[in-house]
Ligand binder design. Structure first.
Ligand code: SF4
Length: 459
């Protein structure tokens, strides 16, 4: 289905829009309150962006440093050029350890590479353990928000889903629903042979990975099974341990409106002695999957500064109306509209750069000051530039004619007079489909000026 049709379907779904309005408004209010607890919010944003810019400029060096230090601490680092390679590496690790049940904590990178389907094709059973991810997995859906995967569902819908899939008494009591999920998931944790997690930050200086969360499921995923696989995009690396300070101030405040998430797990290598806690093996899969192509230009490079807080989704007037599934991509909202075309190809996501009013709310809330509107315009220019069919030629012809007329005042006047007399409207049906075109005034400003307006305006 095209974005336009998916968006129309979403707009007609009152229940969806109610759930989105409620959740995104709440996230926005909490974010503003949490921001106020940090004395120098703007300074923190600037520092975070400077760290990201520096890292991205020397990404090869920092990735090598991270790999060397992580391996020195006992982890094994694997490099995956694309989604298929990453799935193959993780599937092989699981097969070599005879794994059958796999528990997963929330990882957008794993959604990006469709890891669950790849594991299922190998006869494995991946179980999502983040509550939101668990809900969408039970529903047979993908996440609709990068922080709150089940944001599109009402409490009543979740109650009905749990009653159907888990056989529990229907209840819209949040504590009862959470308890039902916890009971099922505890058993899955106990029997899991392999745990798969994402990574929020990877520290080059120490080889440490950091995972932030609120439910404790990531901590169980990364410590109970004997083998832990952490999947991270190449952009997750930061140079120094001390850099975490600023990111840990910005991420929870921007994402969930918290000063700090309930858990921060810092993992450096696997366990070294039998009595130590944690997995016997730690594998870190470093994923490119189109990211290195974004490094080429300063405009697209900033996409990799994203820390996946989700604030731009909550602030976006488009996302707030249609939710994440309408984008038909793992990544939704403003950041999804710029990430998806760059990761999955412009041909597949050519409508997404237009899924924005360019109001700039995403740029205003972004904790790392990514200029998403500039990126959207850049991608729109690419869409137009690559359009080689009839539509593209006509569009270019129309714009060059328009430019020629606008650059010549006399010609402009003559064209407008002719258009008024002959009642000609430009053939811009696609543009006026969603906008009003004001009718031409009976007299142009120049004509009114010459006819006496000049005298009236004189002091
Ligand atoms: S683009 Fe900025 S606001 Fe949006 S998810 Fe990334 S870091 Fe957060």
């Amino acid at each position: 289905m095209s974005f336009e049709r998916s968006a129309r379907a979403a707009l007609a779904d009152e229940q969806l829009r109610g759930a989105l309005r409620h959740a995104t408004t709440l996230f926005g209010e909490r974010r503003r309150a949490a921001m106020a607890t940090l004395p120098d919010w703007e300074g923190a944003r600037d520092r975070a962006r400077a760290i990201k810019d520096e890292t991205l400029l020397h990404l090869d060096r920092y990735l090598e440093e991270f790999t060397a230090n992580a391996e020195r601490a006992g982890a094994r680092v694997h490099w995956a050029r694309d989604a298929a390679t990453a799935c193959e590496i993780i599937g092989r690790i699981a097969a070599e350890r005879g794994a059958r049940t796999v528990v997963k904590s929330k990882s957008m990178a794993s959604e990006e590479i469709h890891l669950n389907a790849a594991l299922a094709a190998r006869g494995l059973e991946p179980v999502e353990t983040d509550l939101g991810e668990y809900i969408v997995q039970l529903a047979g859906e993908g996440p609709s928000h990068i922080v709150a995967p089940a944001i599109h569902k009402t409490r009543g819908q979740i109650a009905a889903l749990f009653a159907e899939k888990l056989g529990v008494e229907p209840s819209d009591d949040v504590a009862a629903l959470a308890a039902a999920a916890r009971q099922t998931l505890r058993r899955r944790f106990a029997e899991a042979d392999l745990g798969i997690s994402g990574v929020n930050f990877a520290v080059a200086e120490t080889g440490t990975i950091l995972i932030v969360e609120n439910e404790g499921n990531a901590r169980l995923t990364t410590t109970l099974p004997r083998t832990h696989v952490a999947l991270m995009g190449i952009e997750k690396v930061i140079p120094r341990f001390a850099d975490l300070e600023v990111f840990l101030q910005l991420l929870p405040r921007s994402g969930t409106g918290q000063r700090m998430t309930a858990y921060q797990s810092l993992l450096t290598g696997a366990k070294r002695r039998p009595d130590d806690e944690g997995p016997e093996e730690l594998h870190i899969v470093v994923l490119d999957n189109g990211r290195s192509a974004m490094l080429a230009s300063p405009v697209t490079r900033q996409t990799l500064a994203c820390i996946r807080c989700g604030a731009c989704l909550n602030a976006c007037p488009v996302y707030r109306q249609i939710g994440g599934h309408a984008y038909e991509s793992v990544y939704a909202g403003p950041i999804g509209a710029v990430l998806s075309p760059q990761l999955f190809g412009l041909a597949r996501s050519s409508e997404l750069p237009y899924a924005s009013s360019l109001c700039g709310a995403c740029r205003d809330v972004c904790p790392v000051k990514i200029d998403i509107p500039a990126l959207l315009l850049h991608l729109r220019a690419e869409v137009v530039g690559r359009r080689v069919g009839k539509g593209g030629v006509l569009e270019r012809l129309a714009f060059s004619s328009y430019a020629a007329v606008m650059a010549r005042p006399r010609l402009f006047e003559w064209v407008m007079r002719a258009a008024r007399m002959l009642r000609i409207l430009p053939p811009i049906g696609a543009w006026t489909k969603f906008r009003d075109l004001r009718p031409l005034a009976p007299q142009s400003f120049r004509e009114q000026w010459r006819a006496g307006l000049r005298d009236q305006a004189a002091p």
